[in-house]
Design a protein around this ligand. Structure first.
Ligand code: COA
Ligand code: AMP
Length: 640
């Protein structure tokens, strides 16, 4: 292929790999440093790499103070739009700086210092953004936990991050109900062996929480109480290599992985991505419909737009039902957003409700330039529908919590390349993406294998896991030395376009939410009637995947008489332990689970059977008759 955009991309990509230090030295010029970098990449301790090892900065300063100083004080920084509560608010850069400085002062008053952790368990309210940036201002490390997670997941994160302070809210608001956060937080703190020194609760009028009424070792107070008398705090410089946040993500075990996000590399990469990938300029509005609890929210609701001096939309609502399938178009029009970033599942939901996109005509989308979709595979049907409805480029981008920003994308800011439906296009500059076979050799075009990234990865990507270098190496770097293993399988075509076919491990992806099979299985295994269980993610037309459970009951439990009740209890149990987003689609009580001779449950084989795919039964299977007996159950459609 040799059109202009392809050539432009190729030049930038080649330059980024030929001279990474020169490339990222130049990109670092878009960030204000306290101590500018003289060294760009520390590669003295492979497989550990660090970007900008001798530099210092403050990320909050870069996201707020410098824009106010440059005259953007009156520009909207955040447009809060909450159809579920009927609230809208605009915070200018000056407003946001004022609020963040003051909340930073409040945290500092509670003893929060550089390097301390603060867990933030909040819905999509401006105070969540304020809390994140206040931590960044102090050099404290935030760890935001998605509000859709319940006590078990929250407790695991508190246990690992060991926060000094937890910031939460009395409730979240879903279209069909108010979700009480405080009881879930209480339950998580009761379970966690680590206890914070203070808990701050934002009271929301939809449901106020009981704050400070329990007999706890930690102090509980409301947001208003700590905020009222707080003095504004100034920015604390941190090393570029110091963590800005820890974001936990699901692996296959029940223990989440704490992704360590450094400060300098992340700021440089995000700022670069706004100009070169997302094509959003200072002063423009970006609408990212995700949640601050996910990486997409961290990067493209909060940090990237604000580092750019752009305006971000904080949308507390859904693509449909709040009030209808025109909600996204309304928000785009109302704030003049130049792009929308969300997950394909949101578009499948809109398509299901308004198949002709009739609601689009009601809104002025004249400033809208592109739709970005990520979080799960963009199926060609959804691509075609969105593309025809909007008449604007629909850009698939593939990445993960670990990388913090896209690995593969159509780089609109550099020049839009021809789109091939089903492919997130090409490797982003900075990433050397290769597809490897089982023995670590690169495969040819069109051949599927493990998608890997040759080390070092670019700035912004994880340098390690929080407090666990060994797990970082064993999870990501040991399969193919010299490469980062993404966990996704796929192939490159003859034009270098990447096709991502899905996870090669047992990680679930439900409506763009990444969930751990291990967490769901732990919740099931906690039921007294369960001897053994397995969870698999099976295909779903709307949500991409939905979780399905296979359960073996303890001997003596009467499946005939009690099966129905146990099934119901298991669904409730997973929902209350892991979260509503982990709703089990179907629970089957079975006689046995298929395993290898070494005892590993054959989840992938069961998943393939449930999806009606060709199944290669491993030669190491212990007893093939177990799998044969399960076949009719696995192929049964719909919930049971
Ligand atoms: N707090 C509490 N509960 C939450 C929650 C949150 N932040 N987010 C979701 N839930 C609940 C929902 O209310 C729902 O509860 P219910 O079973 O009582 O109805 C349950 O979790 C399942 O949620 P979800 O999987 O999101 O399904 P849904 O039917 O409510 O909505 C979509 C389907 C497609 C509209 C929705 O998933 C969506 O907007 N997805 C966009 C994807 C996205 O933002 N991904 C993030 C990565 S980019
Ligand atoms: P998360 O860490 O929650 O962002 O989830 C990352 C995982 O989601 C990836 O490893 C992929 O399996 C999947 N994913 C994200 N974006 C895409 C995409 N554009 N195409 C295919 N899969 C994707």
């Amino acid at each position: 292929m040799s059109d202009g955009a392809t050539t432009a991309y190729q030049k930038v990509h080649d330059a980024s790999l030929a001279d990474p230090e020169g490339f990222w030295r130049e990109a670092a010029g878009a960030i204000d440093w306290v101590t500018p970098p003289t060294r760009i990449l520390d590669d003295t301790r492979p497989p550990f790499y660090r970007w900008y090892p001798d530099a210092e900065l403050n990320v909050c300063f870069n996201a707020l103070d410098r824009h106010v100083a440059a005259g953007r004080g009156d520009q909207p920084a955040v447009r809060y739009d909450s159809p579920v509560t009927g609230t809208k608010a605009t915070l200018t850069y000056a407003d946001l700086l004022g609020r963040v400085s003051r909340f930073a002062g409040a945290l500092s008053g509670l003893g929060v210092e550089k390097g301390d952790r603060v867990v933030i368990y909040m819905p999509m309210v401006p105070e969540a953004v304020v809390a994140m940036l206040a931590c960044a201002r102090l050099g404290a490390i935030h760890s935001v936990v998605f509000g859709g997670f319940a006590p078990q997941e929250l407790a695991a994160r508190i246990e690992d991050a060991e926060p000094k302070v937890v910031v939460s809210a009395s409730c979240g608001v879903e279209p069909n109900r108010v979700v009480e956060y405080k009881p879930m937080l209480d339950a998580a703190l009761d379970r966690s062996s680590h206890k914070p020194e203070s808990v701050i609760v934002l009271q929301r009028e939809q449901s106020r929480a009981a704050v400070g009424e329990r007999d706890t070792d930690w102090e509980e107070m409301t947001w208003d109480e700590v905020y009222a008398d707080a003095e504004p705090a100034d920015c604390v410089p941190v090393a570029a290599t110091d963590p800005l946040y820890i974001l936990y993500t699901s692996g296959t075990t029940g223990k989440p992985k704490g992704i360590y996000r450094d400060s300098g590399g992340y700021a440089v990469a995000l700022r670069w991505s706004m100009a070169n990938l997302y094509d959003v300029a200072p002063g423009e509005t970006m609408f990212t419909a995700s949640d601050v609890g996910w990486v997409v929210g961290h990067s493209y609701i909060v940090y990237a737009p604000l580092l750019t001096g752009a305006t971000t939309v904080l949308y507390e609502g859904k693509p449909v039902g709040t009030p209808d399938a025109g909600a996204f178009w309304r928000v785009i029009a109302e704030y003049g957003a130049v792009c929308l970033f969300t997950a394909p599942t949101a578009f499948r939901a809109i398509k299901k409700e308004d198949s002709t996109a009739s609601k689009l005509a009601e809104h002025d989308l004249s400033r809208f330039r592109a739709l970005y979709l990520a979080g799960e595979r963009l199926d060609p049907d959804t691509y075609e529908w969105a593309s025809a409805a909007l008449g604007k480029p629909v850009i698939d981008n593939w990445w993960q919590t670990e990388t913090g920003w896209p690995i593969a994308c159509n780089p609109k800011g550099i020049g839009l390349m021809p789109i091939k439906p089903g492919s997130p296009t090409v490797a982003v500059p900075g990433y050397d993406v290769q597809v490897l076979d089982g023995s670590g050799q690169p495969v040819g075009p069109g051949v599927e294998g493990a998608i890997c990234i040759k080390l070092p990865m670019p700035p912004g990507t994880l340098p390690t896991l929080w407090g666990d270098d060994d797990r970082y190496v064993s999870s990501y770097l040991s399969a193919h030395p010299g490469y980062y293993l993404t966990g996704d399988g796929g192939y490159l075509d003859e034009d270098g376009y990447l096709y991502v076919m899905g996870r090669t491990d047992d990680v679930l992806n439900v409506a763009g939410h990444r969930l751990s099979t291990g967490s769901l299985e732990a919740a099931l295994a906690g039921h007294k009637a369960v001897a053994e269980c397995a969870v698999i993610g099976v295909h779903d037309d709307l949500k991409g995947q939905v979780p399905r459970a296979l359960v073996v009951l303890k001997s003596g439990v009467d499946a005939e008489a009690d099966g129905e009740r146990i099934r119901r209890e298991l669904v409730v149990r997973v929902r209350s332990e892991v979260g509503a987003v982990a709703a089990l689609h179907r629970v089957d009580i079975v006689a046995a689970l298929p395993k290898t001779r070494s005892g590993k449950i054959l989840r992938k084989t069961m998943r393939e059977m449930a999806d009606g795919k060709e199944t290669a039964v491993p030669a190491t299977i212990e007893d093939a008759s177990v799998l044969d007996a399960l076949a009719p159950v696995l192929r049964a459609p719909g919930p049971a």
